[in-house]
Design a protein around this ligand. Sequence first.
Ligand SMILES: Nc1ncnc2c1ncn2[C@@H]1O[C@H](COP(=O)(O)OP(=O)(O)OP(=O)(O)O)[C@@H](O)[C@H]1O
Ligand SMILES: [Mg+2]
Length: 261
Amino acid sequence: MIEATPIVEMRNIKKNFGGVRALCGVDLVLKRNEVLGLVGDNAAGKSTLMKILSGAYIPDGGEIFIEGKKTHIASPSDARRIGIEMVYQDLALADNLDVAANVFLGREAASKKLGPISVMDKHYMEQETKRLLDRLKIDISSVRSIVERLSGGQRQAIAIVRATAFNNKVTIMDEPTAALSVAAIRKVIDLINELKAQGNSIIIISHRLEDIYEVSDRMIVLRQGRKVRECPVIGKLDEFREQVVAYIIGARDDFAERGVD
Ligand SMILES: Nc1ncnc2c1ncn2[C@@H]1O[C@H](COP(=O)(O)OP(=O)(O)OP(=O)(O)O)[C@@H](O)[C@H]1O
Ligand SMILES: [Mg+2]
């Protein structure tokens, strides 16, 4: 069977920061409508690899193909134009603004089309934000709530809504469940499943292997800037936790294509 062209393919990606070799030639494939888990210890290079895909960093070497076409991603706006959005580890929300303003932050083009800033614009943004929250089944009482007063889970949800509001194709989430309550984690997991059901392709970075096992189709393990493992996510975490951790901490290192064994 011929495999469909992946939505994202990164080949031999390299990135140094001064003397630090953050990525030493990493390959990554994201298939269409797949959830890919990206795991690894602190400083493994996970965020750096994803910031290269989202245009925040320029790689020192390697190539990126989007839907089979070689693509230069030189800035976050380049990435956004081709439908790649990243929810950063620190969320990058404007705490003093309300929910609707945050969803439309940096989307001046979308509101400019409606003319100069006016009451109508605000009304449009609020209605649209309500629609987007409903679409992803997110429960926030008012789109006029100031973001700094919301819970960690609600803030994460807003960052995800902002990333996925404008028909993007690829959503990257960096530690979306870190520092959340069990109930809030559940909601983020549901949100990821909902995005997948709506056709999105997703990369999730997480230290929580429970989350990776719950939402991912495949998994890549990075260690010290190299890919040490790539495999389908099958079965229960309980059966595989020790093996996955062994790759994360460097006790194992291989590129076998079968499941973790
Ligand atoms: N802007 C930067 N300037 C200098 N060094 C950086 C920069 N960004 C990342 N690094 C270095 O690159 C390496 C990989 O960092 P990265 O943030 O990608 O790791 P990570 O896998 O996301 O880790 P964590 O799980 O802690 O978030 C680290 O050694 C880090 O210190
Ligand atoms: Mg990181």
